[in-house]
Structures are given as C-alpha cells and as structure tokens.
Design a binder for this molecule. Sequence first.
Ligand code: CUA
Length: 333
Amino acid sequence: MGPFRARNLGVGLLALLAATGCTRTPQSMLHPAGPVAEKQLELLKFDLVMITGIGVIVALLTLFILYRARVRVPGGLPPQVDGNRRLEIGWTLAAALVLIPLAVEPIPTEFALAAPPPGEKTLNVRVVGHQWWWEFDYPDLGIVTANELHIPTGTVIQLQVTSADVMHSFWVPRLGGKMDAIPGQENALWLKASEPGVYLGQCTELCGTSHANMRLRVIAQTPEEFEAWVRARKNPVTRPESDLAARGEAKFKQTCAACHTVDGTPFQGKVGPNLTGVGSRTTIAAGMLDNTDENLARWLENPVAVKPGSLMPNYNLTKEEIEALVAYLRGLK
Ligand code: CUA
C-alpha cells in the first residue's frame, strides 16, 4: 500500500469514527438530554450487544465449519449428509431462545414511555407538520409559533402530533422520539429536557421536495426564562418603529397578511407560519438560515431559490420593498 492510499484509509477511518459518534454531535440519539431519549438509548445498547454477540458467534462458527469441511482431496467431495433431525430442531430452538430476550426486553420501556409518569408538571403542545415547516401551538397559553419550540426544563412536554398536508415525522434525537405526523390523526409523544440547551430536530418522513429542509429546534430554557418568553410572546411588539418599517408593514398588509398571522394585528392569515415575534427567532425558513437582515432579504427576494419547492412564491419584490419588509419583520420581537 502506497503512502497516498494509506493516508486515504486513515482519513476514511477517522471519518467513520466521527460518524459513529466519537465526537459530540448536535443531532445524535447517542447523546441523550432527557429521560425519554435515555431509556431509548438503553434499549439500543441492549439490542446492539445482543446482535453483535449473535453476529460474532455466527461468524466464528462459519469460519470453523469452512475450515473443518474444506476439501482435502483435489476433485473429491466431503461425505454428503442430508437432513439431520436433531440439528434441525436444535438450531430452530436456539434461534427462538435468542429472539425471546430481544422481544421481551423492550416491553417495560414501551409501557414506561407510552405515557408520562403521573402527577408531573405538564405542558401541552400541538405539533402540526406542514410542507415544509413546523407549527407549534400551545393551547393552554394561547401561543402559536413556528419551527422553534420553546420548552421549560424538567417539565413533561406532552405533544399531540399531526399534519396539515402529507405525512411528516417529528424527531428530536437528543430528547427522544420519533412520531409520525399524519393528516386527520393526533399521535401523542412526550419529551422532557433535563438541561437548558438547543436541541436540533428534523422531519424524518419523506414529504416532498424540501423534506431535508424541514428542520426544527427545541429551545429548552429554565422555567424562569421560559416564563419570560411566554410573557414576551403574549405582549409582542406589533407596531413598526421607523418610517421604513411602517412602509414594510403596509407592504406586508398588501402581500403577506393573507397567509401570515401577527398576533395583536389585523393580519390573521393561517396558511404560512405565524410570524409573531419573528424578529427574536434564531433562524428563519424552518431552520435553514440564521435570522439576519441579509438572510431575511435573501429569503424574501426568492423563497424558492432558498428552499426548493417552497409554497411561499416569489413575489418579485423590489429592493426597496424588501428593505422595508426586513425592517418591519426584524422589529417584530
Ligand atoms: Cu416533512 Cu419530511
């Protein structure tokens, strides 16, 4: 092996190590951050040990048999045997016995995760998948937001997952999951974050052109920080703070309000994401872009160029209109 190939092999092995979770990854179920994900990881580890064990035993037996039954006389055949009943019964029973623990092990976990432990503080959130963004509705708080799910730590988050169009699937690997979002059906899933942090998630059911761009983030906050967020959402900034932003508001009324809601204003469109407080979100376009003036302008200039298939069309806005809309939207805190 030449030095070049050896180096390639080394790089390949390192990449493989990285991919198997030897580095901290933001979207890996191997680094659980809550009790649901921890239980699911225990299950994975048990299965991994069992399956690896079976795989190693089968591989060793195969090598042993290959060695024992190899042809010693060129052109000759080993003695031919046919249908050993004891062996047939033996390996059928052995396979069944091996499968029993794999089948039984998950049962207590499934019961434990079917519903949250009784008596715990609970926050209800309705999750609605859309092509290609996520709606988060807090029915008890009267808040609707998109793509960034704020939750308090140490609280059971009871999710009712559904879809407005096609099938999606809600998954935040470090917190647990996943759960299909099916039109006309509500599927329950609960999660809990032990520590504050940002946990990335992703739609995991092929749902069309921008399936891979249907991202989400769970922003877990201390209960005090979460309360502050709820207060801010319930008393949002709705008035434009400059002449430029006022021109943006007028354009918004004309072009955007049929699809988007801003709480506390007459703009109550329900087709696209609720934009109340959009200026204080960390990302836009379902987590594709950081929320900056430049990125928002890029999005408004041509949404489909940013997110292929985006149902928000290109409105051929002028540079001045985009600048005004950015000033208005970024001011919605
Ligand atoms: Cu929604 Cu994939």
